[in-house]
Design a protein around this ligand. Structure first.
Ligand code: CA
Length: 443
């Protein structure tokens, strides 16, 4: 587990003034990594670090040759057009680079005048996926989500018997994962209308979002070598926001017996910045299992996980409709929840994923599953908030929704606050629903 060190000192200030403004997601205590280039150019994408309202261009910093040796090696990897190699170097490299960048960016650093030339406003940056994502796995680790969804379909038996024993997940698809700003066409597919015996084909009419976080794998494990629980976090690099767009009508017709398929793989959107586990060190919380629930099997249980396996991240989901944009209104807040409420810790997800010998690789993405809190208004999807379309949501714009309509934009934000530490944020992830493509002529 990463330790709290001098980089977390709440009294640290940066010579980048916007990093010291109250409410910034990116104070000097955060230093998340992403991949970017200047918008409107054909420049190569390259690694960057968010500080205040700007990006520190890591290629430019590499050329200056100003960091100590271990940090310089990590910097060269973090400057690449994808962060996989940097991720594979593990926590000591990430920690060394974080420490060196913290020194370089703090107020009074002798490097200020040189590094000024390596700053680009985030508003002028175009982001790419931060890593080449070889494999994407999505879990189902919020018991509140699993119970609410289960109750909609099986009122007498909402949680299946395996839920409290085994972290439930499925292998998703990485090719349709894109960075924030993704627009995607409403998917078409097979659905079985209520009361019908024969399915129809057409655009999904029950399009939904899922409020999730994604954890990027850092160091991999060899095929056949499980990752023990207390080593699991050393195989994780950092965390981002993730929207697992879902077509509920496609899903309910196709999901048995093998789980989600076309209902989920048409689009998944992640935030451009990965907040490292180093940055999250002050925001850890005990991982708890209610005393009358089954306790985890031995391979999923440890003193360390119980002491600090959870992460306290406050999440918010917003909906911005066409009318909200046209009338310059504030996006409607759909819900708030917290990563801390997960039934399984990130480390338990990693250990379970590899317990059969499955190899995880640098840049693999592990989704948490929809992050719903214990209260109904903390639900992380419209499926839950509208009770499967039975109850309309009344938006602050005067509109109503059960599921998403064309031109709707869904936005997630997140941040960590704790007394005695600087608040850090995740930026945001947004994506927009475009109209269904006009169907091709059929014969
Ligand atoms: Ca999901």
């Amino acid at each position: 587990m990463r330790r709290i060190d001098a980089t977390h000192d709440p009294s640290l200030r940066s010579w980048v003034n916007s990093a010291n403004e109250p409410g910034t997601d990116f104070p000097i205590q955060n230093l998340p990594f992403g991949v970017f280039r200047r918008a409107g150019t054909q420049e190569s994408f390259r690694g960057g670090v968010a500080i205040g309202s700007v990006v520190l261009d890591l290629v430019a910093v590499t050329r200056m040759a100003i960091l100590p040796p271990e940090a310089a090696t990590a910097l060269a990897a973090a400057a690449q057009p994808s962060l996989n190699v940097f991720m594979s170097m593990g926590p000591s490299a990430a920690g060394a680079l974080r420490s060196a960048l913290s020194n370089a960016l703090r107020a009074g650093s002798p490097l200020e005048s040189r590094l000024q030339a390596a700053l680009i406003p985030q508003s002028q940056a175009q982001f790419a996926l931060p890593a080449t994502i070889g494999d994407y796995t999505d879990f189902y680790a919020s018991i509140h989500h699993a119970t609410t969804v289960g109750r909609l379909f099986r009122p007498d038996n909402p949680l299946l018997p395996n839920y409290k024993w085994v972290p439930i997940g499925y292998h998703g698809r990485s090719s349709s994962i894109a960075v924030s700003g993704q627009g995607f066409h409403r998917p078409a597919g097979q659905t079985l209308p209520a009361g019908a015996r024969i399915p129809s084909f057409g655009p999904s009419r029950r399009l939904d979002y899922e409020l999730e976080m994604g954890a990027f794998v850092g160091r991999g494990n060899s095929l056949g070598e499980p990752i023990p629980l207390d080593e699991a976090e050393s195989h994780l690099f950092g965390v981002c926001l993730l929207n697992d767009w879902s077509a509920r009508d496609l899903q309910s017709w196709e999901y048995q017996p093998l789980g989600p398929f076309l209902a989920k793989n048409f689009a998944t959107t992640i935030s451009p910045w990965i907040v490292t586990l180093e940055a999250l060190a002050p925001f850890r919380a005990p991982w708890k299992r209610p005393a009358d629930d089954p306790q985890p099997l031995a391979y999923l249980d440890s003193r360390e996980v119980r002491a600090a396996g959870a992460v306290d991240v406050e999440l918010e989901a917003y909906l911005e409709t066409q009318r909200v944009r046209e009338q310059h209104l504030e996006p409607h807040q759909l819900s708030q929840s917290n990563l801390r409420d997960l039934y399984w810790s990130l480390s338990q997800l990693v250990t379970h994923h590899s317990v059969n010998g499955c190899n995880l690789q640098p840049g693999d993405l592990v989704g948490t599953g929809t992050l719903s809190g214990p209260a109904p208004q903390q639900a992380g999807s419209l499926l839950e908030l509208s009770q499967n379309g039975k109850s309309e949501l009344h938006l602050s714009s005067g509109e109503t929704r059960t599921f998403l309509e064309d031109a709707d934009r869904v936005i997630f934000r997140a941040g960590c606050t704790r007394a005695g530490y600087a608040r850090i944020g995740f930026g945001e992830v947004s994506g927009t629903v475009l109209p269904a493509r006009t169907p091709a002529p059929t014969h």
